[in-house]
Design a protein around this ligand. Structure first.
Ligand code: Z5A
Length: 206
């Protein structure tokens, strides 16, 4: 594995993008292809199912949202636990870790609520391993929202959510590190997986 230098023996692939961009679908397909190719892999996601992640999910669907600072603190605690319990041990075992959302989501989502994305990055990079590859799925928020089911009583107003997602999208677009690949996600899932797989082969196994 070529891109495994800084992360011990395994490597870390992250999937990012706005709600409904197709992250979970793509992360599962990458994981399945890795396993089918005989490559040891782990599929994981944030927020996690741990205590902080569960608290976050409850708060995200509650009528009254936490303050951006409170949210940030919970995402950081959830991530610290995730890294300690899942990401580092898997990397040490030589696995490819496929992670559905990571600290770029905090930069974009909590950034869209008024916090400074670069300060969020600095705080995260002080403890979180940098990914070897990030696939940032680009999609029109209108299309993404149409992919997600509506009608849940606790769901925020659609226009409010659309305006928020537009800011989140803009902040994601501003993330341009060399290990970040911006990719058009409005194509069929199979075509998306093929593009991403090509890049994984050249960047990680090339
Ligand atoms: N959040 C945060 O604020 N700060 C942070 O640091 C982190 C997270 C880590 C929950 O995240 C919330 O946490 C999230 C950001 C915040 N939302 N808010 N607000 P989540 O990852 O659990 O939830 P999500 O992003 O809303 O997941 P999602 O709705 O499941 O979206 P997705 O994973 O990108 O999409 P999907 O589940 O793969 O697909 C959605 C639908 O589209 C589904 O019916 C698919 O069959 C379909 N689909 C998928 N791919 C395609 C393609 N290529 N074409 C057509 N249709 C497709």
């Amino acid at each position: 594995m070529k891109a495994s230098r800084q992360n011990g023996h395994g490597c870390l692939i992250v999937i990012e993008g706005i709600d409904g961009a197709g992250k979970t679908t793509l992360a599962r397909s990458i994981y399945t292809r890795l396993i089918n190719e005989g490559i040891p892999a782990v599929l994981t996601s944030e927020p996690t199912d741990g205590p902080w992640g569960r608290q976050l999910r409850l708060s995200l669907s509650a009528a009254e949202r936490l303050t951006p600072e409170e949210e940030l603190r919970l995402f950081i605690r959830d991530r610290q636990e995730h890294i300690e319990k899942v990401i580092y041990p898997s990397l040490r075992e030589g696995r490819v870790v496929v992670c559905d959302r990571y600290y770029f989501s905090t930069m974009a989502y909590q950034g869209a609520r008024g916090l400074d994305p670069e300060a969020i990055r600095r705080e995260n990079e002080a403890f979180a391993p940098r990914p070897d590859l990030v696939f940032l799925l680009e999609i029109d928020p209108d299309v993404a929202l149409r992919r997600i089911k509506y009608g849940r009583p606790e769901a925020p107003d659609r226009f409010e959510q659309l305006a928020y997602l537009k800011v989140v999208k803009r902040l994601f677009e501003g993330i341009t590190d060399s290990f970040v690949v911006h990719i058009n996600a409005s194509i069929p899932p199979e075509a998306l997986l093929d593009q991403v797989w090509e890049r994984i082969l050249t960047s990680i196994f090339g």
